[in-house]
Design a protein around this ligand. Structure first.
Ligand code: HEM
Ligand SMILES: [Zn+2]
Length: 369
């Protein structure tokens, strides 16, 4: 579905993929040199104007005849996925809305984003950051910055901001990501699950108010009849989604910038490629000795007597995270979390993929090559 329509002149295709993750594609240089206006062709074959001149862009953005509403006929969606997503309703507050409605929607949120309110959130956000760093230090190396820090910090912080219980994350984290699924049916299911979750949350808050942006809006708007429950649910969803991957990406990229400044830039990222069934076979067979802590394997390193440590006679047990359900769940959450990291290092030409079905010696040799 994401394959661009065949175009007679490929030089017009828009948007253009990045080569370097830090910079817009060099392919745009020609359009800028041609500026301030160029003709480009979208994924669906339509030709539209691309504005690259600063003065022209300013004039256009301030012109009330221009709309950001994707439901307006002829709106130039940038991909089939975006066109599909824009029909789900998630753009119906703020991001896909024109003035004067947009101005009214923004005005409702402004009090919850005052400097005073942001400063009041600082201690809670500092706690979140401290907790995640402590957890990574306690677990010891190696550590996964994205899974351990970059993703949970914005998720937890936006929960504090909105007044959403982070303990409920199983109900909203998966669906929030599912909204961007290329399969429209799965995206629709994710939207329904989020609507359902936030609908229930809003009703619970109406009888039992807390201290978040949603609680502010219930008190200041919903009760007075200036905002419907359905609209509030859309605000909640938008804020949750808008603050997630954006912030997670900035945090992750900051590591690159930091290491670069310290004079130790990341020069290689290694991806050990292993089929899920093999991961399961290797991990689910692992047994650990209660006595000396040594690990064994039911298939690859079996002790002489099952469940008894050859070294110390201690009893062998299976760690709770080595059980097949935990491993499968881990793989499912790892895939989406790793996708962005992998594509980042692939795009910068630093990714080495190694076939991890080889022997440990072969994998090590390839990693050090
Ligand atoms: C570093 C992190 C972030 C980046 C890079 C980022 C980027 C952006 C961009 C580029 C837009 C404009 C989209 C458009 O008009 O097409 C936008 C809008 C928006 N963002 Fe963010 N964002 C970040 C964090 C957040 C957070 C944490 C929240 C919520 C707590 C948030 C909420 C919103 C909302 C509500 C809008 C729509 C505003 C409007 O149209 O009035 N963003 N963001
Ligand atoms: Zn032992």
């Amino acid at each position: 579905m994401s394959t661009p329509a065949a175009t007679p002149d490929e030089t017009l295709a828009f948007p253009i993929g990045r080569q370097c993750p830090y910079r817009p594609s060099a392919g745009y240089d020609a359009f800028r040199a041609d500026g301030p206006l160029s003709r480009v062709r979208l994924y669906d074959g339509r030709e539209v104007w691309l504005v690259t001149g600063y003065a022209e862009a300013r004039a256009l953005l301030a012109d009330r005849r221009v709309s950001i509403n994707p439901r307006v006929a002829g709106f130039p969606a940038l991909s089939a996925e975006m066109a599909e997503l824009e029909t789900t309703g998630y753009t119906d507050v703020l991001i896909g809305v024109d003035p004067p409605l947009h101005t009214r929607q923004r005005a409702m949120l402004i009090p919850s984003f005052s400097v005073r309110r942001m400063n009041a959130l600082r201690p809670a956000i500092q706690d979140i950051v401290d907790q995640r760093i402590d957890a990574m230090l306690a677990a010891g190396p190696p550590t996964d910055l994205v899974a351990g820090f970059a993703l949970p910090v914005p998720s937890m912080a936006v929960c504090v901001l909105l007044g959403v219980p982070y303990e409920d994350r199983a109900a909203f984290e998966g669906p929030a990501r599912g909204l961007f699924d290329a399969d429209p049916e799965r995206a629709g299911e994710a939207m329904a699950a989020l609507t359902d979750y936030f609908g229930q949350l809003v009703r619970a808050k109406e009888s039992n108010p807390g201290t978040g942006l949603l609680d502010d809006l219930i008190a200041e708007q919903v009760r007075k009849g200036t905002l419907s429950r359905d609209e509030l649910v859309l605000y909640a969803m938008l804020m949750l989604i808008a603050g997630q991957d954006t912030t997670a990406n900035v945090i992750s990229l900051a590591l690159d910038a930091l290491l670069f400044d310290l004079g130790t830039p990341i020069d290689r990222a290694i991806d050990l490629v292993l089929p899920d069934a093999e991961v399961l076979r290797r991990l689910a067979g692992r047994r650990t000795c209660r006595g000396c802590g040594r690990t064994w394997h039911t298939e690859f390193a079996a002790p002489a007597c099952p469940n008894v440590c050859d070294r110390c006679g201690g009893e062998l047990f299976q760690r709770h995270d080595d059980n097949p359900d935990r491993i499968t769940a881990g793989l499912q959450s790892y895939r989406p979390a790793a996708a962005a990291t992998l594509s980042h290092y692939r795009a910068s030409g630093k990714l080495t993929s190694i076939d991890a079905t080889l022997t440990p010696a072969e994998v090590t040799a390839k990693a050090l090559a």
